[in-house]
Design a protein around this ligand. Structure first.
Ligand code: PEP
Ligand code: MG
Length: 559
């Protein structure tokens, strides 16, 4: 028995036989760099379509990013220049890729380091096009295969027949590499960055524990039994969780809780069964604007909104107006560089500065909402003037319409800035409902960038100030009979469900794959007990103690 250690990629456990995968290369072509770029772009277009169909828009973006790299003159020009002075095309590509890889490889941010994999992939893709190497995947038809490779590109992962594959293990790659992102969406466990992987492992029995990042070769009988039991236990839990598909959420003492879904694109609606949700609590509409190079027309927007609204009808759909800015950029909008984009022109600020595009979106939503249950949610509100102005624009849009439209569309706001959260009572008379966006609220309360790994210890939902602010928001909204829900990631963090219930939250909006898990967790919690625990936590000073109280509460319920 030997244990290889790596980095946990996509979680899960599997038992199978190792297949060492390496690609068949024939090196027979002789294209120029220019011809190879055309061929590579064609291939990326195909991969984009496959990924979009099978795994949705977000995963397909990987291939768009590669295409952009092929348009990037800082990468391509030196290769063409070298070719012009007689350097062999493959050598020119390798030299340029290596130069950039070494720049990124030593970067202090893990994210940037992993972009060196993307450059390597695009370079290899060009070389394969020059050499006429086709993608041939000779995957054996064994019962269960743990596929081991030096590296796996997203294209390999996407194109190979995965019927018998129960795990991926690679020598290269990091926890946020594109291959890991794809493995996660395929639901296949993956471990990356395992040193010493080699061809001799081919055909050996193995266990992959992707949670621990361990690949166990030739496991002993008792280890196999241990993992078999673990898999059985997981299956039992999955079956219980799936059984919540046809039930409404209730606490163990019978209090009805509402569980809605978050969606980011049309595929989320097409690819999921939606019977188990109480509606859509957050439709992030920005994908409509960021997934094309030109502004979508009103008609295109109506098609997208209506698709979602019709699928969900008669359940309600909350459409958040475009939350552009921060880390979300749009090419066709005039968006000057900002030193602190998360503190700059985001969400409603951007909409009010680009009134025409905002009006077009509102028009499309209001027309699509006609006769259906639809609500408008405004992002990044910090002042009541912003709400007032946005509502005036909604009225203006309604008065301009000559086709059927929704005359009484409820308007609500995200609570995701400290100024709106601390002062929510000021906003009560302007809004029909509120939704807490904890992803941003936590970053603004704790002054720690939600995407910065160096302050991830401070970006914490256990911070006592965060908990107090959330409590205040729920309390004030409820006292004023306003609907209050939570749509940030915290709503789907089941370790925190008991606390959120105890703080008074009755409406959660979470990614659709988390819905049943959340209902299952809710079913174990007694609301009265959760309220007692929340009271104690509101009087606790330190994060460590808060965590300990929650852990103890959850452990007793086996959450
Ligand atoms: C949030 O901030 O919690 C939220 C739901 O919005 P987003 O993650 O899109 O910024
Ligand atoms: Mg937000």
């Amino acid at each position: 028995m030997k244990i290889y250690k790596g980095i946990s990629g996509a979680e899960g456990i599997s038992i199978g036989t190792i297949y060492y995968f390496s690609k068949i290369k024939n090196n027979e072509g002789n294209l120029t760099v220019g011809e190879a770029i055309v061929k590579a772009k064609e291939k990326l277009r195909k991969l984009y379509t496959i990924a979009k169909d099978k795994l949705g828009n977000d995963n397909a973006k990987i291939f768009e990013a590669y295409d952009m790299l092929l348009n990037d003159q800082a990468y391509i020009s030196p290769i063409i220049d070298a070719e012009k002075i007689g350097v062999a095309p493959c050598e020119a590509i390798t030299n340029q890729s290596n130069k950039l890889i070494s720049l990124f490889e030593n970067h202090k941010s893990e994210y940037m380091r992993q972009r060196s994999d993307d450059i390597k992939y695009v370079g290899d893709l060009l070389i394969d096009c020059i050499n006429g190497n086709d993608d041939i995947f000779d995957i054996p038809e064994n019962d269960k295969i743990i596929l081991v490779a030096e590296e796996l590109t997203p294209a390999d992962t996407l194109q190979m027949d995965k019927t018998n594959i129960v795990g991926f293990a690679t020598l290269r790659g990091g926890s946020t590499s594109h291959t890991v992102i794809l493995a996660k969406s395929l639901g296949i466990p993956a471990i990356v960055g395992i040193k010493d992987l080699n061809k001799n492992l081919n055909g050996k029995n193995a266990i992959m524990d992707a949670e621990k990042g361990e690949l166990i070769i030739n496991p002993e009988e008792k280890i196999i039994n241990h993992y078999k039991n673990k898999l059985m236990e997981e299956k039992r839990k999955r079956d219980i969780i799936n059984s919540f598909n046809n039930t409404v959420a209730k606490t163990s003492d019978g209090v009805r809780i509402y569980v809605l879904g978050n969606i980011g694109n049309i595929e989320d609606v097409k690819n999921n069964t939606l019977d188990n949700i109480d509606g859509v609590g957050l439709f992030r509409s920005e994908f409509l604007f960021s997934s094309t190079n030109i502004k979508p027309t009103i008609e295109e927007q109506i098609i997208s909104y209506s698709t979602v609204i019709d699928v969900l009808h008669p359940k309600s759909v909350t459409i958040r107006t475009m939350d552009i800015g921060g880390d979300k950029k749009i090419d066709y909008l005039d968006m000057p560089e900002e030193d602190n984009p998360f503190l700059g022109n985001r969400g409603i600020r951007m909409c009010l500065l680009n009134k025409e595009i905002f009006k077009e979106q509102l028009k499309a939503i209001i027309i699509s909402a006609s006769g259906k249950s639809v609500k408008i949610l405004l992002p990044m509100i910090t002042t009541v003037e912003e709400i007032e102005t946005a509502k005036k624009i909604i009225k203006e849009v309604q008065s301009e319409l000559t086709v059927p439209y929704s005359k009484k569309v409820p308007v609500g706001m995200m609570i995701e800035t400290p100024s709106s959260a601390i002062n929510i009572s000021n906003f009560v008379k302007y809004c029909d409902f509120f939704s807490i966006g904890t992803n941003d609220l936590i970053q603004y309360i704790t002054a720690s960038d939600r995407g910065n790994e160096f302050v991830s210890n401070l970006y914490s939902p256990y911070n006592p100030a965060v908990i107090k602010v959330i409590f205040n928001v729920i309390k004030v909204a409820s006292e004023n009979d306003k609907e209050i829900s939570m749509c940030g990631d915290l709503a789907a963090t089941t370790d925190m469900t008991a606390l959120l219930l105890g703080l008074g939250l009755k409406k959660f909006s979470v990614p659709i794959p988390m819905v049943n898990m959340l209902k299952y967790t809710i079913s174990k919690i007694n609301l009265k007990e959760a309220e007692k625990m929340a009271k104690k936590i509101l009087n606790t000073e330190r994060e460590k103690e808060i965590k300990a109280i929650i852990e103890k509460f959850n452990a007793e319920l086996n959450i």
